[in-house]
Each structure stands twice: as C-alpha cells, then as structure tokens.
Design a protein around this ligand. Structure first.
Ligand code: GCB
Length: 598
C-alpha cells in the first residue's frame, strides 16, 4: 500500500486535530455510533492513544468500544478527483462511518487501511466521520490477550476460591499476554488523499548488484486507462535511467549503494507515471543474504548493534510522535548503534522513511506477540491463523520497498509451545508463506523466548536464529557467574546449527540514579556488569552476529507486582536520558564496525 503523497497529481488533507470522543458506557454494544452521544463526551487529540489523555481512570482501564467523531468539508475543486480515506493505524479494531454509513472495518491495530469514498464524500458539503474503536484482545487478536481471567504478572492463577469468584464477578478487563501497555485509539494519522480517476495503486521496486551496476526491477500496478512509465533520478536530481510499461528491469551504471550509517545510505528517487497520475518514492540499491553463519548486506558480513524498541512515550502513549522518532534516531547514532527490531508490532511508516535516509537497519516484526496465555495448545484452540497471514501480507505490502528493512520477524515469543507438532506445523508453514510473499527475498525469522532449546523445533529452522535470553535476570537472578555458565552451554548448542544467531533481547531492570558499589539487581552498576559479562561471551563466538539489548528505553506496561512505573530495562529513561549502560554501549559500539567484525 502506497504512503499518501502530495505531488503534481495528488493532494493530501490531514484530518488530525481535536476530535470528540466517548468511551462506550456498556449500553450500546458493538459498532454503535451516535453523533449526539459522542458529542457529549470530551475532546481528544488525533493521532494519539486515548489512555493517558484524561485523568479519569476509565480511560486507562477501558475494555471495549470507544467512539471518535469529527466533521469536515473538503474543497469544491476536488470534485473530479478520486477520494480515499486512509487510517495509518487504529488499535485494535475499527469501524468507520461516513455520514452514518459504515464504509469500512479493519482488524489489527498497527497497519494502515483505506476506504475509497469517491461519490460518498461530496466536495463543498460538510461530512461527519465517526470511528468506533475496540481495544479488546483475546485468542483471536494479535497481539493476544488472555481469556479466562489469567493475568500476565503475578500468581493470579492461585487456587483461591475468593479470587476465582472475584475474577468471575468483576467487570470485563483486558488481560494482555504481553509486556507493554495496551494503548488504544486512533494511534496514527488519518488523512484524505486524492488521485486522478485512473491511478497508480502500487509500486514495487527490488534491486540487485552486478559489478558496478545497480539493477532495478520494477512493477507498477494501475487502475483505469493510461501508459505506465518510470524515471529514476540520483540524489542531485539527474535522470539516470528510465523505462516504459508496467514492469521491467533497468540498469544504473556506477551505482551508489545503500549502506548502513556511517556508510552512505544513498537513495535514488523513482517517479512513476500513469495517465494523469504520478507517484515518487525513494529507494536504495542493496542486497541482503544469509550465507553460513553470516548476514550479508551488499555481500559483506554485517554485525547488528542495536535494540529492541517500543513506540511509547509519556502522554502520547503509542500515538505517532515524530519528534520522538527523530530523537530516537539521534540517540541511535549517538550510541553508534546501527539497527533495531520493531518489537512487537509494525511501527509508523515515517520511522522507516527516516531509517532509509539515516542508514539504520530494521528487523520488521508483526504484532504476533503473547500467543499463548493458556494451559491448552493455543494452535488448536485459537482462531488467529488467517489474521496472522493477513498481517504478514499487509506488512510486506506496506514495507517491501524500504532498503532499511532487511528481515521479517513473524512474531515474538509464543509461550513455551514451540515443541508440539501443532506449533511446528503452524510456524513452518507460516515461514514458507512469508518467504513466498516478499518480492525482495529477505530472510525470515521468528523470535524465540527462553525455552528448552533442545526440544524447540522451530527456531533452528529460521534463516537467522533470534533468541531472547534473560540469564542473570529472570533466572539465576543476579548471579552473573552462573548466568555465563548457563549461557555458554546454550551457545554451544547453537554453534552446532551453523546458522547466524542474534541475541534479540537480554536485559536487566534498572532504576536510574540507584547506585551501588557492589553491583546488585536494579542498580545502574548491575546493568553495566550484566551487559559487559554477557557481551564478552558473544565476542568469542563468530556465529553471534548481533546484540540487541532490551530495551532502548524504559516503557509503560500493564500494572502488576513485577513492574514499578513500567518496564525499566531501558538503556535510556522513558524521556531518553542515558543510564550508565547507555554510556557503556556507546563506548563498546564505537569499537565494533558494521562490517567484517566477524
Ligand atoms: C521478553 C519480551 C518483552 C518483555 C521482556 C521483559 O521476553 O519479549 O516483551 O518486555 O521479556 O522485560 O520481560
């Protein structure tokens, strides 16, 4: 799906701002939308999560539908244009009403969807837009919520009659089976864009390298009548090659490649035309390949220095925050990192555009997190397979042209159950499904939790083995000698698989300003000791091709006995101030080059 663009043939109207908002009061039911009821509510900003905008506790703990409303009039001079309403992300389920008519609905809170409203939205006449949003999570949603009242943290499952009775008695609550706050609402921009009536609906660009030439394969998908053409310019605006027709292969002599920073992340601009329509997108020429225990970018072995991240900030929640994204890019450069994983859901498209330009490498993850939370086999009882496929399809459709995206992650840490046949069949076939979809043939992975790696049959089949391990934190807590002993036993196992391994998560909760001369858990000194001890082991193993500490910054999560004011494993605080460990990594990563380190 193309990102909305303003250019010679297209217009974009931003529908952000203050919208009327009301939480469902339980009397109206699914998808109900009534102007008067909503208008009596409060004003909230769009885009943003609604949870931290209002002091009423209901905003934070709401479970169910909420309603947004606004009116607008578009200019009469758009009368001959095709009109499309685009929602970049509504979390987690949306029903959209234009002047009372349900025009679209969408499941999944982290990817865009659109509705063609040509003929429904009359230029010059006021229109009413209502968006009903459902934040409920369960065994059919991604991310997944627990059913049956099981809490993620704590010993809520105890066999205590009064607790069991209270869980049945209480109002419905969301019980995420994942460790980040279930921020909801219209989290990303809402825009109306125009195209001519005959238009470009998609563009796919993949690249290759042949000696000093860049090879560019393109496919232009169109609707209506016209001739398709493409023109490619270099950074100075000079046309370097052009082609005619809906698909083809072009060559750029002496091409400049896209390299991760501090290499040059060189971008070319492709401008595609079809009839009256035009669309431009930036792309980079680069290749990605796994060979033995190496991850090759442009044929050279790359080492991943970076983080698991979140889209999370004070007040905005998971709402699009461009200022924060830019700050994060700056901090990534400051620490000499070169990559991150979009744990645990696709991020806003603007972040990928920044990473293309800034030379930051992305492992792009779906929202398949929290799969489990039940003592039963989730693959047999859950109803989520087709949704998972849709999400992968839409993710690749959205992000396929970004040079920064070098690998797809199908999901994070399904509970324990990577052993039975049902789990194997699920992930194995999903891996093949994902592989077949990507025109760029990127490696595919899935991120495995700390489990019995000897019994696990899925992780070892991935193109890159991605493991989250908390030796010294959740187990062998505080005992770094024992932690390293255990880690090495496991690394000996992975060494035999002859595949590249990235530690996609490891970390320790740390309270900024809490100092100890003899490092123990939660102190800044312990966080440094933890990382320094473990990193020394990675350095000895040539198949370990990346380290992603968990997490880039502290983040908000569900309340519970294991979390005080969120998850505190950040190298940075939530407002992006460095803890000691950030300085430690900054020094370490300065010494580790992007390429040929291993
Ligand atoms: C994990 C999860 C991540 C959590 C982290 C933690 O394994 O993937 O979502 O936040 O552990 O801190 O417990």
């Amino acid at each position: 799906m193309l990102y909305p663009e303003i250019n010679e043939s297209r217009n974009v109207i931003d529908l952000g701002g203050a919208w009327s908002f009301r939480l469902d009061d339980g009397t109206h039911g699914e998808g109900w939308a009534d102007s008067a009821f909503i208008s009596e509510g409060v004003q909230v900003p769009v885009p943003a999560s609604y949870n931290d905008i209002n002091e009423d506790l209901e905003f934070r703990k709401h479970c169910g539908w909420a309603y947004y409303r606004r009116t607008f009039t578009i200019p009469k001079n758009l009368a001959d244009e095709r009109l499309v309403l685009r929602f970049d992300a509504v979390t987690h389920y949306a029903k959209v009403y234009l002047d009372g008519e349900l025009i679209t609905e969408h499941k999944g809170g982290f990817l865009p969807f659109e509705a063609d409203v040509t003929g429904k939205l009359v230029p010059g006449k006021e229109a009413e837009l209502i968006v009903a949003v459902d934040n409920r999570i369960n065994h059919s949603t991604l991310p997944m919520g627990n059913e049956g009242g099981t809490a993620f943290f704590g010993s809520d499952n105890a066999d205590v009659p009064s607790v069991i009775a209270a869980k049945k008695w209480r109002r419905p609550v969301n019980l995420p089976n994942f460790d980040f706050f279930n921020y909801a609402g219209i989290n990303r921009p809402v825009r109306l864009y125009t195209t001519p009536m005959s238009y470009i609906s998609d563009v796919t660009i993949t690249t290759g390298i042949d000696g000093s030439s860049g090879i560019v394969h393109y496919v232009i998908t169109t609707e209506g009548n016209g001739e398709a053409s493409i023109e490619i310019r270099d950074g100075s605006g000079k046309v370097v090659t052009e082609g005619k027709g809906n698909s083809g292969t072009l060559h750029i002599e002496n091409a400049r490649l896209w390299w991760p920073y501090p290499g040059e992340p060189y971008l070319y601009k492709a401008t595609v035309r079809f009839g009256e329509d035009a669309y431009s997108l930036d792309f980079g020429i680069r290749t990605v390949k796994v060979e033995g225990t190496r991850f090759l970018i442009n044929g050279r072995p790359f080492y991943f220095k970076g983080f698991g991240k979140h889209e999370d900030s004070a007040i905005h929640g998971r709402g699009f925050d461009f200022v924060l994204d830019m700050k994060d890019i700056s901090m990534i450069h400051w620490m000499d990192a070169n990559s991150f994983r979009t744990s645990h859901y696709p991020y806003a498209e603007e972040m990928y555009q920044l990473c293309d330009r800034e030379g930051i490498v992305i492992i792009d993850e779906t929202p398949a997190v929290g799969m489990g939370g039940t003592t039963e086999d989730i693959y047999r009882i859950g109803n989520f397979r087709s949704h998972h496929e849709d999400v992968i399809k839409d993710l690749i459709a959205r992000d396929k042209n970004h040079p920064s995206v070098v690998m797809w992650s199908m999901g994070n840490e399904p509970d324990v159950v990577t052993y039975p046949d049902s789990a194997y069949d699920y992930w194995h076939s999903l891996y093949e499904y994902t592989k077949a979809l990507d025109p760029d043939g990127r490696p595919v992975t899935f991120v495995c939790n700390q489990n019995n790696y000897e019994r696990d049959r899925i992780t070892r089949e991935m193109d890159v083995i991605c493991i989250n391990r908390y030796y010294g934190w959740y187990n062998l807590s505080g005992d770094m000698e024992a932690a390293v002993y255990a880690l090495n036993i496991e690394l000996d196992f992975w060494e035999k698989q002859n595949k590249p391994v990235i530690m996609t998560e490891y970390g320790a909760d740390t309270l900024p300003g809490f100092h100890l001369s003899s490092p123990e858990m939660f102190s800044e000194e312990f966080q440094v000791l933890y990382y320094d001890t473990i990193n020394k082991e990675f350095d000895k193993r040539s198949f370990m091709i990346g380290e992603h500490p968990w997490n880039f910054a502290d983040f908000n999560t569900i309340q519970g006995p294991m979390r005080a004011d969120g998850n505190r494993k950040g190298l940075l605080t939530r407002d992006r101030r460095p803890k000691m460990a950030a300085h430690y990594f900054r020094k370490r990563w300065k010494e580790i080059p992007n390429f040929d380190y291993k």
